[in-house]
Ligand binder design. Structure first.
Ligand code: DC
Length: 219
């Protein structure tokens, strides 16, 4: 039987680092839904259009082909794994994610991926909307300040210029945008286990996620 683990939470809570490592340990496929919104936003920005303009986005949407393969993100066949992580694309992805036409397209793709094998899928609406029947649901949290520190470190390691204030204001903007949109907002599912990673190391957070999985599935 295929198992689905849904990991949701705000920007910078550690979802992708923790989910990717746990997926490797469990032999599950890791699906980063945020990367799909980022790739869609990149397409719109690279075509000189505004990701916050629904008409522009609607026109381009049929051309947008996204694939996640071997830990990489492909946009119309091109590897865009590195390009989607800039602060500009972070904000554009949060803007594009409010449009139902975008969410419907990406959500259908995500559900299709989860049918084929056991998955850990991370995002904002996985436990509430994409996979409401997921066997395991975890909601990661921690303060915006801690998340900004972590995100800044990640960007610096990738050689992307930014400042603490810029990253914190991006995170606060996205928290508000992601949790107040009408369709599938960022929200803890009623049956999700809340995990505050503020005082946990990455390894401890991975252990905690795996313990929740074992408890819920008697694995
Ligand atoms: O997880 P992330 O920071 O890479 O996500 C980028 C943006 O994509 C995020 O600000 C909101 C959007 N997103 C979404 O609306 N739903 C998801 N399931 C995942 C991401």
């Amino acid at each position: 039987m295929n198992i689905a683990i849904a990991v949701d939470g705000p920007a910078g809570a550690g979802k992708s680092t923790i989910s990717k490592a746990a997926a490797e340990r469990l032999g599950f496929l890791y699906i980063d839904t945020g990367a799909m919104y980022r790739a869609a936003a990149l397409y719109v920005v690279e075509h000189g259009k505004d990701a916050a303009n629904e008409d522009d986005v609607k026109l381009l949407l049929p051309e947008i082909d996204i694939d996640l393969r071997d830990g990489k993100v492909y946009l119309c066949g091109d590897d865009v794994t590195g390009k989607i992580r800039t602060p500009e694309i972070s904000v554009a992805s949060s803007n594009i994610a409010v449009f139902p036409c975008v969410r419907n397209k990406l959500c259908a793709l995500q559900r299709e991926m989860a049918k084929r094998q056991s998955v850990i899928m991370d995002g904002r609406d996985v436990g509430t909307y994409v996979l409401p029947d997921a066997e395991v649901k975890v909601f990661l949290t921690t303060s915006a300040e801690v998340r900004a520190q972590r995100r800044l470190k990640e960007l610096q390691e990738k050689g992307i210029e930014s400042s603490y204030d810029e990253v914190l204001s991006d995170i606060q903007y996205r928290d508000k945008n992601d949790s107040t949109r009408k369709m599938a907002p960022l929200k803890k599912a009623d049956d999700a286990v809340e995990l505050d990673t503020g005082n946990l190391t990455i390894d401890e957070s991975i252990e905690a996620l795996i313990s929740i999985y074992k408890e819920k599935t008697n694995a």
